[in-house]
Write a protein that binds this ligand. Structure first.
Ligand code: GLC
Length: 722
């Protein structure tokens, strides 16, 4: 349809029909399905009326349901306006790739693109029009369960990975039934909730908001994301969905966003709980005034918007503007001509879990795993004959993460299945040893597990955190391995020191004690469908670990929030940690340093950083500086290495980070191979947000280094001249 035809359609609509376009309902109100919701159900409204006027639904299961929903709506809607069908496809629809936090550890946008492209194809076949993805909330506190859902504590990684996902998901033409629209979330700073508690208050200066939290959303919008979802949290006193500064001043006017804003699940209704709205009618008014176009579930808009217009409290122009945004999105998706879009039961069968998609998921699981420690026990040699798989995750199949689609866990390859497939000759025994639930104290299985360890020549100890303990509404105050897992680990390692630990978890865990006693630790996160295959290939050396931490791993929960790119303070703790002078910014009972820092990860080979050179030692804003970093693979096998470039602005008008990742490149080197990696530093990369919130660079001295955070090397300086 043309813009004129859309306008004509809207002009023909009654006020109730217009409001209906701004209402999103649960698919489960209109079809029976097993979708668990992450919010209150509330009283369900008359579904016949809703079905006639509603503009969109969320959370359906497959192409058949997608078509049924569309058919029953269009049969009832006299204006024949097709539904938008939306779904959380966060890291795969049926073929599940690793959680976003794991993908961040791959430092690989190409891999992200492959995974997102796979998810796009499966989602389109399922009948999805909009995915509530990417989530690019910067997260620096592992107590927050949704840290698993973002890529990093660093906005550069979140922005690059999020933008790659948007481009691969939307591609060039949304009317192509194989393409779907992205909704970037949760705008803004949802990951900065006080105490690491989900949905909690966020108080941030505008400067830090712009420096650390807004860039990744902006990168996704620059990549073309068509929708934005405001976050549940209040931001500096006003919940995002009603925050005029955030939504109108920044998003609409400063960034020029003209797409659709959809609330999070009942976030409009929750303005009453926040205490900024007197009642649901007040909440609807506030959200509409802030430019929230669609009310997700719970129906504040459905119940009150029309009356607010009739009573003159909301201008109909505001409704019309929101409705046009929704109609334009439907039109861009080609739904008026093809309301089913890509829904196709045959394609679902062809694409879901197909070998090509499994291969992508397996490679992603391999490249996002991080080898945290290895005293040489890994990779397991061919000498392994009797292998004991011990621990609560030894035979676990729930390895796909909180935001995988319901039932996707059943497709996952377990650790023993992966090992048997790769090494059929190895005799495998298994022992659970203990549970992994918070508060689980049952140690009765530990003795038998230790005994199984004793009888094996090698042990793989599979530990972690249950899939449902990281994710929405899953904040934790303690971050050690839950249940008696450490007791199990001590007993097994005592019984057989030839033990390698594999971790399956969503949030970063506190591994301080484990790191002291375990000879090797391989962090697999929630690796997705091909979990066991990837883990087996990594453990036996068919694949070489290359992941680098995209988040800091703390020594204790008390260190959070924690980020590698922190300012210095006036009394920095001297490094290495010394107790020489107590009056510094430090803890009495713990170092400031993380257990494993951002950018860290081991390989089965070694990389020597031989030189960092620059083509000049000064630049003007119009110029650039070329940086060349020479790396050699000095080990005995090929491997991938993420060469990281860090910058430090030595003196500026506001405090600066002690280090800031400004670029990175992933390379593959054969044994003995040397490669020089080139970067180009531009003035924009030297900018920061000033005290009065201008995005500027200032003349002065800058340091550049490589290596990884807290372990920088080959440092060089240059000057920016103005
Ligand atoms: C949830 C989440 C959001 C998700 C939405 C729809 O509560 O906060 O990320 O997209 O509801 O499921």
């Amino acid at each position: 349809m043309t813009e004129k035809e859309l306008q004509k359609l809207m002009d023909s609509m009654t006020l109730e029909e217009k409001v209906g376009q701004l209402v999103q309902c649960l698919a489960g109100q209109f079809i029976s399905n097993e979708m668990e919701m992450t919010g209150p159900e509330g009283e369900l409204l008359p579904k016949e009326e809703l079905n006639r006027v509603m503009g969109s639904v969320l959370t359906f299961e497959d192409a058949r349901q997608a078509k049924a929903l569309q058919d029953q709506h269009l049969a009832a809607d006299p204006k024949k306006i097709p539904l938008l069908l939306m779904l959380d496809v966060i890291h795969g629809l049926r073929t599940t790739y690793p959680i976003p936090l794991a993908m961040g550890c791959s430092f690989d946008e190409k891999l992200m693109t492959e995974c997102a492209d796979m998810a796009r194809k499966e989602s389109a076949a399922c009948g999805v029009h909009v995915t509530f993805n990417p989530m690019v909330d910067t997260a620096r506190d592992a107590r927050w369960g949704r840290i698993l859902e973002t890529c990093s504590e660093d906005p550069l990684i979140n922005g690059r990975m999020g933008a790659a996902l948007v481009r691969a998901t939307q591609r060039e033409d949304l009317s192509n039934p194989e393409n779907i629209a992205c909704c970037v979330k949760h705008y803004a700073a949802y990951g900065a909730g006080e105490g690491g508690r989900d949905y909690n208050t966020v108080e941030l200066s505008e400067r830090i908001l712009r420096e650390t939290y807004l860039p990744a959303y902006k990168a996704c919008l620059d990549a073309g994301a068509r929708l934005v979802m405001p976050s549940f949290n209040s931001l500096n006193g006003i919940p995002s969905v009603a925050n005029q500064w955030l939504m109108n001043d920044v998003l609409r006017r400063e960034w020029g966003f003209e797409g659709v804003v959809i609330s999070d699940y009942n976030a409009v209704g929750e303005l009453v709980a926040h205490g900024v709205a007197e009642n649901l009618r007040d909440a609807a008014r506030m959200a509409m005034e802030a430019g929230c176009d669609i009310d997700m579930v719970m129906n504040a808009y459905y119940l009150h918007l029309a009356n607010l217009v009739r009573d003159g409290e909301v201008r109909e122009e505001a409704i019309d503007r929101a409705v046009m945004r929704v109609l334009r999105l439907k039109n861009e998706l080609g739904l008026f001509e093809n309301p089913y879009h890509g829904a196709d039961e045959e394609k679902e069968k062809e694409l879901y879990l197909c070998p090509a998609h499994r291969e992508i998921a397996r490679r992603a699981a391999e490249e996002s795993a991080v080898l945290l420690k290895n005293d040489g026990i890994l990779p397991l040699t061919d000498g392994t004959r009797k292998l004991a798989l011990i621990g609560p995750f030894a035979e676990e199949r729930h390895l796909v993460g909180f935001w995988s689609r319901p039932g996707a866990w059943k497709d996952a390859v377990t650790l023993p299945e992966g090992i048997r497939q790769l090494k059929p000759e190895i005799e495998i025994t298994t022992a659970r040893g203990c549970g992994a639930d918070i508060g689980d104290t049952d140690e009765s299985g530990i003795a038998a597990a230790a005994d199984a360890a004793r009888k094996a020549d090698t042990v793989i100890l599979a530990l972690g955190e249950p899939e449902y303990d990281s994710g929405e509404g899953r904040s934790r105050a303690e971050l050690t391995l839950p249940g008696p897992q450490m007791k199990l680990a001590r007993a097994v390692l005592k019984a057989n020191p030839r033990t390698a630990v594999v971790l399956f978890n969503g949030r970063p865990l506190v591994l301080t004690e484990l790191a002291e006693i375990a000879p090797a630790i391989l962090e697999m996160w929630y690796p997705g469908t091909e979990a066991g295959s990837a883990a087996a290939r990594l453990l036996f050396g068919e694949a070489n670990p290359c992941g680098k931490l995209s988040v800091s791993l703390a020594r204790g929960a008390g260190q959070y929030p924690m980020a590698y790119n922190h300012p210095n303070t006036g009394r920095p703790k001297p490094e290495p940690d010394s107790q020489a002078f107590p009056f510094t910014s430090c803890y009495l009972d713990m170092t400031n340093r993380p257990l494993y820092s951002f950018g860290y990860g081991l390989s089965y080979t070694e990389f020597e950083y031989q030189a960092l050179e620059t083509d000049r030692d000064r630049m003007t804003p119009e110029e650039t500086i070329r940086v060349r970093i020479t790396v050699k693979n000095t080990g005995s096998r090929a491997g991938k290495e993420t060469v990281q470039l860090y910058m430090r602005d030595r003196v500026a008008s506001v405090v600066q980070p002690v280090q800031q990742l400004i670029d990175y490149k992933k390379i593959r080197l054969e044994p003995g191979e040397t490669r020089t990696v080139e970067f180009e530093i531009r003035e924009e990369q030297l900018r920061f947000w000033s005290f009065d919130c201008r995005h500027i660079s200032e003349a002065g001295e800058f340091e550049i280094s490589t290596g990884y955070a807290d372990h920088l090397k080959l440092t060089k300086t240059f000057r920016l001249e103005k």
